[in-house]
Design a protein around this ligand. Structure first.
Ligand code: ATP
Ligand code: MG
Length: 332
């Protein structure tokens, strides 16, 4: 079995369901927005939320992907930075419960967290992120031995706040012989780091995952044309278009993959799980079309639940559907 290592911002989601917008107004958080807050504000909000009642869910894009590859049965590792506190310990132990081998580094600040306020009848989400120790990860933290024995290395685009860290990581991953994949994370991340992303994709990355808006920021083109552009710059390009499916291209080989049927209630986590399914299938030597299909099957499960964690019945169903697909594509 091939192995995968991921790197990302180690963040725990702190979810609070609020009966109205009073709290948001008090902390000047525009409904539906994503704000970065400093430690003092972050602590104040968290303390106030504790009285409302909160749920803790370790997250972060790459950590979600890696948790998912681990559940698929792929030996999976994760590098991230936390504070030496309860939230950090929860992050580490949760990943380990899912079978992930963690290399957790410790920063001087408290652990990163993403406070999510769920309000109104259609469960609108407002975010206040405090990055804490996650932002303290530096190139000097990385050691070649962290990468030894891994076949795949997956990066979340959100790490781009530290370009030198990503460069060091991809160089070490290349030296260790890893296939390198990146999820572009968000269109504004791409927009504000365009030159850097171009250098990364052209010189280091084998597999790119971008959604429609990220692909547009990167290429200035609509999905199908954006995919062609991306495929000229790396080995495998994937452009995802939500409920309309996804497209994969490698050289001249092109596939459109419809989304798997789903009773969608919350699209959070679709991109992260899609990447996990795709990489898992790729590690088994599946054709590109099947990689996209397996990504779509697992993504269709996460959109049926609130949050990023697929429940056990849906995991069972997904594994069954995926087993059948793999068997149908494996020569007897
Ligand atoms: N409503 C849906 N129904 C079924 N499948 C979906 C739905 N939304 C997303 N998916 C699946 O998930 C894949 C990735 O979704 P999407 O295009 O939203 O990526 P993304 O924008 O990176 O997601 P995220 O917001 O989680 O980062 C799609 O290509 C599709 O296969
Ligand atoms: Mg995404």
């Amino acid at each position: 079995m091939k192995t995968i290592l991921g790197i990302g911002n180690a963040l725990t989601d702190i979810l609070a369901v609020l009966k109205d917008d009073t709290f948001l107004k008090e902390y000047h958080l525009p409904k539906g927005s994503m704000q970065h807050v400093d430690m003092a504000t972050g602590d104040k909000i968290w303390n106030a939320l504790k009285e409302v009642g909160v749920k803790y869910v370790p997250g972060g894009s790459a950590a979600n992907t890696i948790t998912c590859t681990s559940i698929f049965g792929m030996p999976s590792g994760y590098i991230g930075k936390i504070g030496n506190d309860d939230l950090g310990h929860l992050f580490k132990s949760t990943l380990e419960q899912y079978g992930v081998t963690t290399t957790m580094l410790y920063g001087t600040k408290s652990s990163g967290r993403c406070m999510v306020f769920i309000t109104g009848a259609n469960a609108e989400r407002t975010f206040a992120d405090y990055m804490g120790s996650a932002l303290e990860m530096v190139p000097e933290d990385l050691k070649p031995e962290y990468f030894k024995g891994y076949d795949y290395f997956h990066i979340e685009g959100y790490l781009v706040q530290n370009q030198d860290l990503i460069l060091r990581a991809v160089q070490m991953a290349k030296e260790a012989g890893c296939i390198i994949s990146i999820d572009m994370a968000s269109y504004n991340v791409v927009e504000s780091n365009e030159a850097f992303f171009h250098n990364l994709v052209e010189n280091y990355v084998d597999i790119v995952f971008a959604n429609e808006t990220e692909a547009k920021s990167f290429t200035k083109k609509e999905p199908r044309e954006a995919l062609k552009d991306l495929a000229r710059q790396c080995r495998i390009a994937v452009v995802k278009v939500g409920k309309d499916g996804s497209m994969v291209q490698s050289g001249e080989e092109y596939h459109f993959i419809p989304a798997w049927p789903a009773a969608t209630i919350d699209a959070t986590g679709a991109g992260d799980t899609y990447a996990a399914g795709f990489l898992y299938a790729h590690s088994l030597g599946m054709p590109l079309m099947v990689c996209g299909e397996i990504g779509s099957i697992i993504a269709a499960k996460v959109v049926e639940v609130i949050g990023t964690k697929i429940d056990v019945p849906r995991w069972k169903a997904a594994k069954q559907e995926i087993r059948e697909l793999i068997a149908a594509n494996t020569p007897q």
